[in-house]
Design a protein around this ligand. Structure first.
Ligand SMILES: Nc1ncnc2c1ncn2[C@@H]1O[C@H](COP(=O)(O)OP(=O)(O)OP(=O)(O)O)[C@@H](O)[C@H]1O
Length: 522
């Protein structure tokens, strides 16, 4: 029998039923195949979806890894660029965190024991820090000690230098002489130069007074002019053009001696109107200030500088007027003070009872006192016409210095005196009060000359007590002091006689050599 199925015998043309059945078989076959293919297809689709999601995931992982790698690379770069110390610091942090974890672990196991352990660690650490600090402190203490030694050494050197300076300064002063005389010629009121006063152009130590006299020529009825010269030499002669500053420069070294423990006395001698007050006090205007304000300024400035070398000074000022052999306190503004007496203590210190002794700390205070003294002096002057010309004014600054560190003390007095006019009045012209004044002035001024001469001749008795002036100046004249005299001269021709007298007096003083001064130092 013939079948039309697959692989079966070929059907007969008429066998339609067989053929149909074969066809149905074939369709079923195909359907089964399609079904299997579809199933396979579905499985493949699922596999593809799974693969795709795996691809996505893998891509994500890759991206993550890529970013991690780039992060690592960056980190590596940073690490490489980090300085070594930072790296060490980093390691320390790691080490510390490790230590911390160990401590935490220990602590979690036995809190009390480990608390002790932690304390021990911090104690150990602090002990180490302390030891380090102690070493630093010791080093610094050693450094401070050596610096202190240097300071002490430098202070010693400074003190030795200061003592050397004082000694040399004194040597210079001694070479110049303990009594020096400066001559100062006042300018003419109308200006120009006086013919009878000649100053040597070559040096500034000589002054010549020239007198022209008419003499009758013997045997003839003629007269002729002859010139008589009087020559004088002094330590320094200041002409009419000399400035206050120039004059002070010459005596500033002497003023310095007062701070070094030497008594210093500076007085101006000359006839009325010759420039004594101008030289000693000067005018208000700065460049016209005289010796007293300049000396005061110098003293306070120098004292301040010596302060850096361990010296401390105390200053006491007084201002006295001697008129008709009576003392007046110029720092007292009330009615004339009574009971002013000169006293000499056992240690040869001269003081005045009832006198105002004013403690002063600076230049301005002293200048204030000088102004007060001038006011008080002019009040007295109005009462007695032109009294200031006929009285001596004595400004004294007592100086006491102490250098505690060196156990050295010094004591001295700076004495600045504007003397009364030295002119001699004709006895016939002076009567009553004037005669009394004249006698007092002449007496005290001539006694000043006598005292200086007695000191120069080293006489056993020096008549200090013969006048109030010399009694008061006793401490500042003589062996233990340095003295400077200004002889002021008026240039007018009619003052010739007085000028000659003044120069003769000054010349006598200039010839005196007073013994070596010793500093009042303990
Ligand atoms: N070197 C000088 N340069 C300029 N003027 C001067 C100089 N010396 C003195 N005089 C002036 O001369 C005048 C008299 O001087 P001063 O009063 O100082 O004299 P004196 O000697 O002190 O007089 P007295 O004895 O009356 O006090 C004053 O007007 C003063 O200013």
């Amino acid at each position: 029998m013939c079948t039309g199925g697959v692989g079966g015998p070929k059907r007969q043309a008429w066998d339609l039923k067989g053929k149909f059945s074969d066809m149905e078989g074939k369709v079923r076959n195909y359907q089964t195949k399609v079904k299997a293919t579809n199933q396979e297809n579905e499985a493949l689709k699922e596999t593809m979806v799974q693969s795709q999601s795996r691809v996505v995931e893998m891509e994500k992982t890759l991206a993550r890894q890529k970013s991690q790698i780039s992060l690592l690379l960056e980190y590596q770069l940073i690490l490489a660029s980090m300085p070594y110390s930072l790296l060490r610091y980093h390691r320390t942090i790691i080490y510390s965190s490790k230590q911390l974890s160990i401590k935490k672990l220990l602590f979690s196991r036995n809190p009390i024991k480990n608390l002790i352990l932690i304390n021990f660690f911090s104690f150990f650490y602090e002990k180490k820090t302390l030891a380090r600090l102690q070493v630093t402190v010791r080093d610094q203490e050693e450094e401070v000690c050596s610096l202190k030694d240097t300071v002490v050494q430098q202070k010693d050197e400074l003190h030795a230098g200061e003592m050397d300076r004082r000694r040399l300064h004194n040597d210079i002063q001694e070479l110049k002489g303990n009594i020096r005389v400066f001559c100062r010629v006042r300018p003419l009121v109308e200006g120009g130069l006086s013919k009878h006063i000649q100053l040597a152009a070559s040096d500034n130590k000589t002054i010549t007074l020239a007198k022209t006299e008419e003499v009758r020529i013997l045997g003839a009825c003629k007269t002729a002019d002859t010139q008589k010269n009087y020559n004088f030499n002094f330590d320094r002669v200041f002409g009419p053009q000399s400035l206050q500053q120039e004059v002070f420069e010459e005596i500033s070294l002497l003023v310095q001696s007062a701070l070094d423990g030497y008594n210093v006395c500076c007085f101006a001698y000359g006839q009325t109107g010759s420039g004594k007050t101008y030289t000693m006090e000067g005018d208000e205007c700065d460049e016209s200030r005289g010796v007293i304000p300049r000396a005061v300024k110098q003293i306070f400035r120098a004292a301040e500088k010596l302060g850096a070398k361990g010296w401390e000074f105390t200053f006491t000022a007084s201002f006295v007027e001697i008129y008709n052999e009576t003392l007046q306190d110029l720092l007292y503004s009330g009615k004339a003070r009574k009971g002013l007496e000169i006293r000499k203590s056992t240690n040869n210190e001269v003081t005045i009872t009832n006198l105002t002794y004013e403690r002063v700390c600076n230049e301005d205070q002293v200048l204030g006192l000088i102004m007060l003294a001038n006011r008080n002096r002019s009040t007295a002057q109005t009462a007695q016409n032109d009294r200031s010309s006929r009285s001596h004014s004595v400004f004294q600054l007592d100086i006491e210095g102490v250098n505690v560190g060196r156990d050295v003390k010094c004591k001295s007095t700076l004495c600045l005196v504007d003397l009364a006019g030295s002119e001699r009045m004709l006895k016939s012209q002076s009567q009553g009060e004037r005669f009394k004044e004249m006698t007092a002035i002449n007496g005290s001024l001539s006694n000043l000359g006598i005292v200086i001469t007695a000191l120069a001749n080293k006489e056993s008795h020096v008549p200090y007590r013969n006048s109030k002036l010399t009694y008061l100046l006793q401490g500042c004249l003589g062996g233990n002091s340095k003295t400077l005299m200004f002889v002021n001269i008026a240039p007018e021709p009619d003052s010739f006689g007085e000028t000659l007298n003044s120069l003769r007096f000054a010349s006598k003083v200039n010839d005196c050599v007073i013994g070596t001064a010793n500093a009042n130092r303990k």
